[in-house]
Design a protein around this ligand. Structure first.
Ligand code: AKG
Length: 340
C-alpha cells in the first residue's frame, strides 16, 4: 500500500475531501507506473479513465463520470504526485503536437495568446535569469524554439484536454466549488537546447492571487528522460507548505530534503502526471535531438481573485495566468451542488 498522508490537501480556501460516487465507463490501454503495489489493483479503474473522453465540462444530468481511484488519491496525498497513465491516443498526441507547431509558426492564431522564446543552452532560469526572453502577446517570430506558449485555453484542442471529465472528477474531489483554469501552457525544451528551470513550487505569494491552487496536470507530449530534460521532483515536499515566498527555492530550503527524495520523472509520450502545486520541482536542458514538450494546466477554485485587482490586459499576464472573464478565471467544472 502507498502511505496515506495525514496532511490536509487544503492550501487556500477550504477544499472538501469527500469523494464523489462516480460511475465508470468502458476501458482502454494504460501505462501507469506509479505507486507500485497499488498499480495492479488500480489497473482496471485506470483503464476506464483512459478512454479518450471528449470534453464535457458542464455535464448533462445523468452523464457517466469517471472516478479518481482511491489508490492514486493516496499516492497523490502522500507524495504530491500521481501518474495517471497514458491518456492520449496516437492520433490525439499527433494532433496536439501539430497544433503546437502551428501556433509557434503563426499558422493558427488566437488573440491574446502569449509566447516566450527559448534562448537555449545553459542560460536563463531562476529568479536572476539573465537571458530569459521576454514574454510577448503574439509571436516574436515564427519558430519552433518557443519555451512557453501560454493561454492554451484559447485553443479548442487544449481547452478540450483541460475539460476532460477525469479532471473534473479529480478537481471536484478537492475543490467543492466551481473549478477554473488558473493557467494552461506548453513548456518546451527544444532539441539540444532548453532553459534550466530552478527548484520551485507552483504557488507563492508572488502570484498575487488570494488562493493557492493545489492541482496541476502535466501531460508529456514526448518521451521525457533525464537526457531530454525530464522534470525532477522532491517526493513529499508538498507536505511542508509554502517554502518559498518568491517563486524559487534557495539552497538552504533544498538542503532540508534527503537526496533520495528527489527523482527524475521519466515518462512516455501521452502520459499525464497529477502534481500538487506545493511539490518542489525543476527541469534542466535537453541534450537529445528531439523536443521535450509538456502541457501544464493548473486548476483553481473559481472564486479566486487577484489581491490587487486584475492586471492590465495590455501585455501578457504574470506567470502565464489566464485572462479572467467577467471577473473569474475560465470556469471548467461546476460544483456538484450546482449540478443537482
Ligand atoms: O515541464 C517542465 O519542465 C516544468 C513545468 C512546470 O514547471 C510546471 O508545469 O509547473
Amino acid at each position: 500500500m502507498c502511505p496515506r498522508s495525514d496532511v490536509p490537501m487544503s492550501s487556500g480556501r477550504g477544499l472538501a475531501g469527500s469523494a464523489a460516487a462516480f460511475e465508470l465507463g468502458p476501458g482502454a490501454e494504460h501505462t501507469n507506473t506509479g505507486c507500485s503495489a497499488d498499480v495492479s489493483a488500480t489497473a482496471n479503474v485506470l483503464a476506464a479513465l483512459q478512454r479518450g473522453q471528449k470534453g464535457a465540462a458542464m455535464e448533462k444530468p445523468g452523464a457517466i463520470h469517471p472516478q479518481f481511484p482511491p489508490p492514486l488519491q493516496a499516492q497523490f496525498e502522500a507524495e504530491g504526485y500521481a501518474r495517471l497513465g497514458r491518456l492520449l491516443s496516437d492520433a490525439q498526441l499527433r494532433a496536439m503536437r501539430e497544433r503546437l507547431d502551428a501556433l509557434m509558426l503563426g499558422e493558427v492564431t488566437h488573440e491574446g495568446m502569449s509566447f516566450q522564446l527559448d534562448l537555449g543552452g545553459e542560460r536563463g532560469g531562476g529568479d536572476d535569469a539573465p537571458a530569459s526572453a521576454p514574454t510577448t502577446v503574439g509571436l516574436t517570430r515564427p519558430s519552433l524554439s518557443y519555451r512557453r506558449v501560454n493561454d492554451l485555453e484559447l485553443d479548442p484542442l487544449f481547452r478540450e484536454w483541460a475539460e476532460r471529465p477525469l479532471f473534473g472528477a479529480i478537481t471536484r474531489h478537492y475543490y467543492d466549488q466551481d473549478v477554473a483554469i488558473f493557467r494552461a501552457f506548453m513548456m518546451n525544451k527544444p532539441q539540444s537546447a532548453g532553459t534550466p528551470l530552478g527548484w520551485h513550487q507552483d504557488v507563492g505569494e508572488g502570484w498575487g492571487i488570494d488562493t493557492l491552487p493545489t492541482l496541476t496536470t502535466w501531460l508529456s507530449l514526448d518521451e521525457a528522460t533525464t537526457a531530454s530534460g525530464a522534470m525532477q521532483i522532491v517526493r513529499g515536499s508538498h507536505r511542508r507548505g509554502v517554502l518559498n515566498a518568491g517563486h524559487f527555492a534557495d539552497e538552504a530550503t533544498m538542503a532540508q530534503f534527503p537526496p533520495e527524495a528527489t527523482i527524475d520523472l521519466e515518462v512516455q509520450p501521452g502520459e499525464c502526471v497529477l502534481l500538487h502545486n506545493l511539490l518542489l520541482h525543476r527541469s534542466g536542458v535537453n541534450r537529445t535531438g528531439a523536443p521535450r514538450r509538456a502541457i501544464s494546466v493548473a486548476y483553481i477554485d473559481a472564486r479566486s481573485q487577484y489581491l490587487d485587482g486584475e492586471p492590465a490586459l495590455a501585455g501578457p499576464r504574470p506567470h502565464g495566468a489566464s485572462e479572467m472573464v467577467d471577473g473569474r478565471f475560465p470556469v471548467l467544472f461546476r460544483a456538484r451542488s450546482a449540478r443537482l
